[in-house]
Design a binder for this molecule. Structure first.
Ligand code: BES
Ligand code: ZN
Ligand code: ZN
Length: 501
């Protein structure tokens, strides 16, 4: 989608006029450059009782030149960026290229730049489909274009806000592409290849892939044990943006769970909905998409990413319940359930992240069914050992409407997970209650401590985002910026967190 900003010039093929409630007269500029009959039709629609501007209301006016859509956004004083973004996204979903591909949005009296940009962002985010494996009639109509029209005073600010939204959306859409790829097309090695390919023409980016042989040399058996049952062997992918910037300062490290398919392994899952487990690498997809978004917006700070890629399959070579894993950290894991595999691979990823001396670590993982029971598809589960960090993540999520909801990291859960009779930790709790907190209590064992200037030891600030409920839309309606499939969740929130001073 091409995005531009201008004054009230052309009308496009589809002209969207978002309208505040109670506006019963066409606002200034609504009809600029419309011909006489179209202009009369728009003015009559505003004056009529059939359109009041209530949130969600929409009225189409058909003219020879263009389809004009009046779109209610509710009371002006109640308008939020969320309402604006969602209204834009829903409107975009209702459009058809049969009327042409040039969309014009006319922001008339009373709009501020933030809400204008959010409305356009909704459209940009929603302009996504994963149809590469579908036979298509030639798409002769070409891509959409979007022209945002406002008064001159707002044009520069709106232009940069909308362009930034567009750049960030390239990362969201990349994460969705990766999440939607079926597991026979996107397996660990292929993910590594795509990351290398992506880095090729980017001067300030480094990608390194540790293959199976290297994982063995390093002793990364958390990742190896989970992935060895598949013919597609595991790997670890390192993302480095601006590696030569801020050399002497600590920088964040973002870690992603990258199970390209989670069959459950020997503790095999039931078949209902198992296809959705191609999405079990969304943590890694978010990391990749985040790096794309940061690169596209010209972020100049240094930042590291690690993704732990494996396919969890049952086979004669697969790991078993009862096995003991020697992780990279030196700690051992008693495997009680091979379907609790995400935490095993993250054990190595988190320990490695700790070695990079990060300012903080955030991991993203479609980790537990439990978090979906707790929060549905409405929010990502947020666990953290650090109040300041978790507060910032929550605030970033609220800002861009990718909500993270704080969940408890209680000592009792850690105790449960460290109560194995034969190893240092166990990969399953003692019962099903608090499953998401159990998993977080497990992960915490693999975040290293460090000393501050006074020699006091404490754990590296760390947050764990359980995105099992928010990574995919399978017929749900909670995230209207997505039609179906992978959501690209947390790319926007983490981009905001990292780039905000
Ligand atoms: N990938 C799943 C979690 C999941 C569930 C993601 C639903 C997305 C939607 C994870 O590996 C898993 O199987 N977790 C188990 C852990 C249990 C065996 C301790 C779970 O949550 O049931
Ligand atoms: Zn699993
Ligand atoms: Zn999994």
């Amino acid at each position: 989608m091409k995005v531009t900003t201008s004054g009230f010039l052309e009308t496009g093929n589809i002209m969207v006029i978002p309208v505040f409630e109670g506006c019963n007269k066409a606002p200034n500029n609504a009809t600029t450059n419309l011909n006489r009959s179209a202009s009369i039709a728009v003015k009559s629609a505003f004056a009529s009782d059939s359109f009041t501007g209530k949130l969600g209301e929409s009225l189409s006016i058909w003219t020879k030149e263009c389809q004009i859509i009046l779109l209610g956004v509710g009371e002006k004083n109640d308008l939020t960026t969320k309402k604006s973004r969602d209204t834009g996204a829903k409107c975009f979903a209702s459009l058809s290229k049969n009327h042409g591909t040039k969309i014009v949005i006319r922001y008339t009296t009373g709009w501020n730049v933030k809400n204008m940009a959010a409305f356009a962002e909704g459209m940009i985010l929603r302009d996504y489909s994963f149809d590469k494996y579908q036979k298509k009639e030639d798409d002769k109509k070409g891509p959409w274009s979007l022209m945002c029209q406002t008064i001159e005073r707002h044009q520069d600010a709106l232009n940069s806000a909308v362009n930034r939204a567009y750049e960030i959306a390239t990362g969201v859409h990349l994460a969705r592409d990766l999440g939607n790829e079926p597991a026979n097309k996107l397996y660990p090695e292929e993910f590594g290849k795509r990351a290398l390919e992506w880095s090729k023409d980017k001067q300030n980016v480094e990608v390194e892939v540790w293959n199976y042989a290297r994982l063995k040399e390093e002793g990364m058996y958390g990742l190896i044990e989970v992935g060895k049952g598949s013919i597609h062997k595991p790997c670890m992918v390192f993302f480095r943006l601006n590696p030569s910037a801020n050399k002497d300062s600590e920088v964040p490290c973002i870690v992603g769970k990258g199970i390209t398919f989670d069959s459950g392994g020997i503790s095999i899952k039931g078949s209902a909905g198992m296809d959705e487990m191609k999405l079990d690498m969304h943590g890694s997809a978010t990391v990749f998409g985040l790096f794309q978004a940061l690169h596209a917006t010209g972020y100049e700070g240094r930042i590291n990413g690690i993704t732990c890629m494996a396919e969890n399959m049952p086979s004669a070579e697969a790991y078993r319940p009862g096995d003991v894993i020697n992780t990279y950290s030196g700690k051992t894991i008693e495997v009680l359930n091979t379907d609790a595999e995400g935490r095993n691979v993250l054990a190595d990823g988190l320990w490695k992240a700790s070695e990079l001396k990060p300012s903080y670590i955030i991991d993203l993982a479609t980790l537990t069914g439990s978090i979906v029971v707790a929060l549905g598809h409405e929010a990502t589960g947020l666990f953290s050992n650090n109040k300041a960090l978790s507060g910032k993540i929550q605030a970033a999520g609220d800002e861009v409407d990718e909500i993270s909801w704080p969940m408890p990291l209680l000592p009792a859960f850690e105790k449960q997970m460290t109560s194995s009779k034969i190893a240092d930790v166990r990969n399953q709790g003692k019962g099903r209650w608090g499953g998401a907190s159990q998993a977080a209590g497990f992960l915490k064992q693999f975040v290293q401590e460090r000393e501050d200037k006074e020699g006091k030891k404490s754990q590296i600030p760390w947050a764990h985002l359980d995105i099992a409920g928010t990574a995919g839309i399978w017929g749900g309606e909670t995230n209207v910026t997505v039609g179906h499939g992978a959501t690209g969740v947390q790319v926007r929130a983490l981009h905001y967190l990292i780039t905000q001073k």
